[in-house]
Design a protein around this ligand. Structure first.
Ligand SMILES: *Cc1c(COP(=O)(O)O)cnc(C)c1O
Length: 398
């Protein structure tokens, strides 16, 4: 048998040949939306820090004070002794913010989804999953051993057929991103809820890219679709991550009290992992206050989004309207996507090329993500650079 080094050297060459090798950079923040990456300053449209909170002074101060008070480590899993007053207060505040009875905080979104799905369904249950769902929903579904049916992206007719097929299952759980992470489009929550009602199914939504951005006061996708405290469908379970617009780290699941209590009892990623440090929880409490009080950040994002979409019109690549800070520029081919990314880099601009398996085969793209830290000039600079690349033909030949 060949050694691991031999096997994987060959496998890595194959990744290179198909344009699928990923390169990690050493990145440090600069002013505004600029990043110092591998020693060069670049205007970046790459992060999920949509509101620009990751370096907000109020969050930094909250973390510093919490470090003094609680230390820097949680010291154990939350069910042993890793659940501090900061975590408890955060959960209460998150639940109130999204209008659901109770919330449970996880150290990462990946852990939340891979923990809660297997606690909700198991062998003999049906899990219905949108084709463009995030990887950790897919992994959670696999871990659950439920019978998984993937329906085409946002295809409610196909979902209805799948729900009919699943009628005999003990439980039916529909799982979807609320805002799709690589396209920025929204799942039709009212239609999903109506189907779940009709077929007696539950709905788990992952609002990683809606929390803080959409809805009244940044309350997320539930608020965006008009769902408010006191009027939440009982079959709904809400999950959102806190490392994106919230600017810190972790995630939470929220819903009816017995559901959340059950998830706390049974999610293995909650039980068997050290809790997030209390300073993270305090930074998140500060983040919540900033999300509520600094509405200009969301207004800035909306203005930048309109400017970007106007600026992308006329390019030879498709840029589907997203209505969120995530704007894909569909290039199709992996090598082409890398070529356009590289051409932008020569102009000091960083937009990540996203390739399979993060997106489906043949749908490689630039994923432009906006932040309240961007200025109108930043957006204009990106659009001008893309126009010059398109005109030079660099984006066509590969
Ligand atoms: C980023 C993301 C996650 C994972 O959250 P982390 O906190 O980064 O682990 C889960 N779901 C979706 C849709 C995401 O975009």
């Amino acid at each position: 048998m060949a050694t691991p080094a031999e096997i994987f050297a060959t496998a890595l060459q194959a990744l290179d040949a198909s344009g699928l090798r990923r390169r990690r950079r050493v990145v440090a923040p600069q002013d505004g939306a600029a990043l110092l990456a591998d020693g060069l300053t670049r205007l970046a449209f790459a992060s999920n820090d949509y509101l620009g909170l990751a370096r907000h002074p109020a969050l930094i101060e909250a973390a510093q004070q919490a470090a003094e008070r609680y230390g820097v480590g949680a010291t154990a899993s939350p069910l042993v002794c890793g659940h501090s007053p900061a975590h408890a207060a955060l959960e209460d505040e998150l639940a109130r913010f999204v209008g659901l009875p109770r919330a449970l905080y996880f150290y990462a979104g990946y852990a939340a989804n891979t923990g809660i799905i297997p606690a909700l369904v198991e062998r003999g249950d049906a899990l219905l999953s949108d084709a463009l769902n995030h990887a950790c929903l897919i992994d959670g579904a696999r871990l659950s051993r439920a019978d998984v049916q993937v329906y085409p992206h946002k295809d409610m007719t196909a979902l209805e057929r799948a729900l009919i097929t699943a009628r005999g299952a003990r439980r039916r759980l529909v799982v979807t991103d609320a805002v799709f992470s690589m396209d920025g489009d929204l799942a039709p929550l009212p239609e999903l809820l109506a189907l779940c009602e009709r077929f007696d199914a539950w709905l788990l939504i992952d609002d990683a890219h809606g929390y803080g951005v959409l809805g009244e006061g940044g309350r997320g996708s539930l608020s965006h679709w008009g769902l408010r405290a006191g009027a939440m469908p009982e079959r709904l379970i809400y999950m959102a991550t806190l490392g994106k617009a919230a600017g810190v780290a972790g995630a939470f699941v929220a819903g009816p009290e017995p559901v959340i209590e059950w998830l706390m009892q049974k999610s293995r990623t909650y039980m068997f992992a050290t809790g997030a440090p209390a300073m993270v929880a305090e930074a998140l409490r500060a983040s919540l206050r900033v999300i509520e009080s600094e509405g200009w950040r969301r207004e800035q994002l909306l203005r930048l989004g309109e400017r970007l979409r106007a600026g992308l019109a006329g390019l030879p690549w498709r840029a589907p309207v997203s209505g969120t800070p995530i704007q894909p520029l569909l290039l199709g081919d992996n090598v082409l996507a890398l070529a356009v990314m590289a051409a932008l880099e020569t102009q000091g601009i960083w937009v990540p090329a996203i390739r399979p398996p993060t997106v489906p085969q043949g749908s490689a793209r630039l994923r432009i993500s906006l932040s309240a830290l961007h200025s109108a000039d930043d957006v204009d600079r990106l659009c001008a650079a893309l126009r010059s690349i398109a005109a030079s033909g660099a984006g066509r030949g590969a």
